[in-house]
Design a protein around this ligand. Structure first.
Ligand code: 0GY
Length: 310
């Protein structure tokens, strides 16, 4: 059944709704696993979508997110501010507060934000800001403004999440490498997985991580990057297998600087909506030992988001 968008909003034409009734994964997540990249959308009636947004999604509430967390076997979430809410962090903050300490947040902020507001976000569980360079999602923000924000949040012990397309890494390199805190790359910098894993484009991304010990990566979103798609080629639950060599390379080269998340409710997908259970079954293909799995799903996100407990 088609999902709704409440409030005075209608979904972007062709919008794909998140998947109702995901399968139960076969892969058993290690105890204490963190879904380190997911979002809430609205609901629009309570948390209106931002005027300057590039898309209007179907609602995806905190309670629906927490139900998915429990169904898949995660213990915690990191809720990343989605661009459809702009710099209005209320929906994400509300979800963090309602989680009783089981969710942290990554916010979007403008340079004019006050110190008091940053502290209020911190108290709610926010531990990072997101800088988005994907042109279909956001308008341009001058880099000196972003650098000013980074300097302020670094003092709070926060990190910066960056989202960009692989072709833009050369141009953004100097800015990224000057950031004064931990930097977390969304979805491995969106590699073109039809290229060779040891080709020049992905090698530049690996060099970025190799030469800068403050750079981490989410090895998430195979459903966004894959050309082979969710089809199980070997009769196994082995969806998105063309992404495996890329994610596995990052996990094995930088086991202490990788994170994983579902990306629920999967904004802006065009051809299919993933079964989140199948996404969890992708994990043992890219983190092939219990030790790598524990680092990816528990130790690393705990160190970044709940250092007081790790
Ligand atoms: C993601 C990816 C996308 C969207 C957003 O904040 C967002 O709107 O992050 C995308 O469209 O690629 O990580 O959810």
């Amino acid at each position: 059944m088609s999902k709704t968008t409440t409030g005075d909003f209608s979904k972007t034409a062709g919008w794909l709704d998140w998947y109702e009734g995901p399968s139960r994964p076969r892969f058993q997540l290690p105890p204490g696993s963190v879904d380190a990249h997911c979002h809430v959308f609205g609901p629009g009636a309570g948390f209106p979508y931002a005027p300057g947004r590039k898309y209007t999604p179907c609602d995806a509430s905190k309670d629906q997110l927490f139900a998915l967390r429990d169904h898949l076997g995660f213990a915690r979430n990191v809720i990343v501010q989605a661009t459809c809410h702009g710099a209005d962090n209320r929906a994400m903050v509300d979800a963090c507060l309602a989680s009783r300490g089981r969710a942290r947040g990554v916010a979007t902020v403008r340079p004019e934000i006050s110190d008091a507001e940053l502290l209020r976000l911190h108290a709610a569980g926010v531990r990072g800001v997101r800088f988005n360079f994907v042109k279909r999602l956001v308008d341009f923000t001058p880099k000196d403004e972003l650098m000013e924000i980074a300097a302020r949040v670094a003092k709070l012990g926060w990190h910066v999440v960056i989202y960009f397309e692989a072709v833009d890494l050369p141009e953004l390199w100097d800015f990224f490498t000057a950031l004064p805190t931990t930097v977390v790359v969304d979805h491995m910098g969106r590699p073109d997985v039809s290229q060779a894993v040891d080709g020049p484009e992905f090698e530049l991304f690996l060099r970025f991580m190799r030469e800068h010990a403050n750079v981490w990566s989410k090895v998430s979103c195979p459903e966004r990057l894959s050309a082979t798609g969710p089809r199980a080629l070997n009769g196994e639950r082995d969806a998105y297998r063309d992404v495996v060599p890329f994610a596995r390379r990052v996990v094995e080269a930088f086991p202490d600087r990788v994170l994983w998340g579902t990306d629920w409710p999967h904004p802006n997908l065009k051809d299919h909506m993933p079964d989140d259970g199948l996404l969890v079954d992708f994990i043992p293909h890219i983190a092939t030992t219990p030790e790598l799995q524990r680092k990816l799903l528990v130790d690393n996100p705990m160190r970044l988001y709940w250092p007081e407990e790790s």
